[in-house]
Design a protein around this ligand. Structure first.
Ligand code: G1P
Length: 271
């Protein structure tokens, strides 16, 4: 059973500068609520019981957002405002599920995942990237059922435009299972257009096996000088580990770039 999720939150957020020079991108409001709360809602609805945040000392505001009890208690006592009470209750319900792990050097997603290895209890866990919002249909829940049915690892995916290929991890297909699910043959992190095996891009939802930690321990830096989760996944696939690419049904919003972030509030307000 998948009951644990990891959310890497230690990235520098350079694509959203200058907003992120003093403020964690994951707390930036999207249509009136922090982007991170959409991700937490998705986890909760998917039955996740423990969420591990990988943060850094520079992003301690994220911890503060969930540990500001004294402030809330005083305001609630003085103001008797039911909206604030409700919001605080929601924050508390998340807080009880969250654990914090630190990654103080931004060495990449692979390194972030390696930091949680001692906390993972079962054979597989979920990972969500907070830049990638998927709304209207719970992608994590759907991926968990695919995992249960096939007893394998899963990555969310979409088809992207050829000119955008080098922004993503791109995978090739070994076998089509049905319209929405594919057995993955190979995956490459941010290839050039000429090196890309397809236009199937990996989106930030992964169900990963514990074995990934062994690969990550030995993982060398990849493109851009970072340790990428994609390279460790590639290694697992080459060792006959089954990964399914799942073309999810929900509405995807890429909040990790400035133009995507700006568009996301407009898009959500229309839903
Ligand atoms: C990361 C992954 C990439 C994936 C993307 C999805 O890239 O490395 O493989 O396609 O997330 O959002 P990043 O957004 O950290 O550059």
């Amino acid at each position: 059973m998948i009951k644990q999720a990891i959310i890497p939150l230690a990235g520098l957020g350079t694509r959203l500068l200058p907003l992120t020079s003093v403020f964690p991108k994951e707390l930036l409001p999207i249509n009136g609520k922090p982007g991170l709360e959409y991700i937490l809602d998705e986890c909760k609805e998917a039955g996740i019981k423990e969420i591990i945040f990988v943060i850094s000392n520079k992003k301690k505001l994220i911890r503060k957002y969930f540990y500001n009890d004294k402030f809330f208690k005083t305001i609630i006592k003085n103001k008797k405002d039911s909206r604030i009470k409700k919001e605080y209750k929601k924050i508390l319900s998340f807080k009880n599920k969250i654990k914090f792990v630190y990654q103080n050097k931004p060495l990449g997603t692979g390194d972030a995942v390696l930091k949680v290895r001692k906390l993972i209890k079962s054979s597989h866990f979920l990972m969500l990237f907070p830049d990638d919002l998927i709304l209207k249909k719970n992608c994590s829940r759907d991926m968990i059922s695919i995992h249960k049915r096939n007893n394998c690892s899963v990555m969310a995916s979409i088809k992207v435009k050829k000119q955008d290929i080098s922004r993503w991890g791109i995978y090739s297909i070994k076998k089509q299972i049905n319209k929405k699910n594919f057995i993955i043959k190979d995956v490459i992190e941010k290839p050039s257009i000429s090196d890309a095996p397809s236009n199937n891009a990996v989106i930030g939802r992964y169900i990963l096996p514990k074995e990934i930690f062994l690969k990550l321990k030995k993982q060398k830096k990849g493109i851009g000088g970072e340790i990428h989760i994609t390279d460790a996944i590639r290694d697992l696939i080459n060792n006959n580990h089954k990964f399914i690419g799942h073309n999810f049904a929900g509405k995807y919003l890429d909040c990790g770039t400035m133009s995507g972030y700006i568009k996301s509030s407009l898009e959500i307000s229309k839903l």
